[in-house]
Design a protein around this ligand. Structure first.
Ligand code: LMR
Length: 335
């Protein structure tokens, strides 16, 4: 009995004398599908660093790039289940989730430049779209830019006729499907991580992506031609598992919101530059012929694809499309 008591006492003394154990940090997994040296990759790493700094080490953000944790389709499910806390999926990923309003971003030629795009992402339309995610257990935190897409294939793509019969890889999106069909191409849905091999082996003939994605996945090494068509936008929504996010201590959530604000400013500052540098590297590689369409050629392509806006009206919502037109000043009837 005495021995037991003294053991308890000894343990109590030990516990008392033990140095304060460092608090275990809250771990936040951020998964994405692109390379580290892309706008999204760099912004994710920036956020991880800033989150550590602003929370004084109380939060550790682990970034998993290049589909190392999840591929396109699995990502959303993992977030909803709470297996990963943060994602930065392309805006095209929300349509398959049932939030079709986001598909407005995939419409071909809906934005002509960053200025028009930012009127939407930083304005009331962008904020309204985030509220639509809540019922899916998702909290929208920020919009991160990538950039405008180019087409690539093993033949020159200058007019809509050049697309006829080509198998073109797209993200899973009814709007992108319709865009490809509008010029007679055959859309092929495929995960991002599989595109390089599919191009290399001829499973698909061509694809579309901003230059930073094309270059970092080495797609230019297996595509002979690329057209800087700027025909559509590819960007991201940074999202969190809502339950996790809302359950964070208020002070930590505030610090993470600040880290996200800083990362967003950084992301949207570097995106254009990163894409320009990637294009320069593609050109320097000499492996693919880069063609910049004349304004008349681009307009002709625009005219052949813009009918997709009307076709997709009942899916996306005429009100959503109109609110984007209103924000940007675009009028499809005045082409
Ligand atoms: C794609 O699948 O082409 C893109 O969503 C990849 C990305 O996340 O930039």
């Amino acid at each position: 009995m005495l021995a037991r008591l003294s053991l308890v006492a000894a343990l109590a003394v030990l516990a008392f004398a033990a140095p304060a154990v460092a608090q275990t940090p809250i771990v936040l997994k951020l998964s994405h599908v692109v390379a580290n040296d892309t706008p999204k990759g760099k912004a994710s790493d920036f956020f991880a660093k800033r989150a550590g700094e602003l929370t004084g080490g109380k939060v550790k953000v682990e970034v998993y790039a290049n589909s190392t944790l999840y591929k396109d389709k699995e990502e959303m499910e993992a977030l909803q289940l709470g297996a990963v806390q943060l994602l930065a999926p392309s805006l095209a990923k929300f349509g398959p989730l049932g939030v079709r309003e986001f598909e407005v971003f995939d419409l071909p030629f809906i934005f002509d430049n960053d200025e028009e795009l930012h009127k939407v992402t930083t304005g009331p339309v962008g904020a309204l779209l985030f509220t639509k995610l809540e019922s899916k257990g998702i909290k929208g935190l920020a919009y991160w830019d990538n950039g405008f897409k180019s087409f690539s294939a093993n033949k020159p793509l200058r007019t809509s006729d050049d697309f006829k019969g080509l198998k073109m890889r797209i993200q899973s999106s009814k709007v992108l499907e319709s865009q490809m069909r509008a010029v007679g191409a055959l859309p092929q849905v495929m995960a991002f991580s599989e595109v390089y091999q599919a191009l290399q082996t001829g499973v698909v003939d061509g694809t579309e992506n901003p230059h930073s994605n094309l270059y970092t996945q080495k797609m230019h090494e297996v595509q002979k031609h690329m057209t800087v068509s700027d025909h559509g936008y590819l960007g991201y929504a940074v999202i969190a598992n809502k339950k996790f996010w809302d359950g964070l201590p208020a002070d930590i959530r505030g610090q993470l919101e600040q880290a996200m604000k800083d990362a967003t400013a950084y992301a949207n500052k570097i995106a254009k530059e990163e894409n320009e540098q990637a294009l320069a590297k593609v050109k320097a590689s000499g492996k693919t012929q880069v063609y910049v369409p004349t304004p008349a050629e681009r307009l002709a392509l625009k005219k052949s694809m813009v009918k997709v806006h009307k076709e997709m009206e009942s899916r996306i919502g005429k009100d959503v499309i109109d609110s984007v037109y209103k924000a940007t000043g675009f009028d499809p009837n005045k082409l």
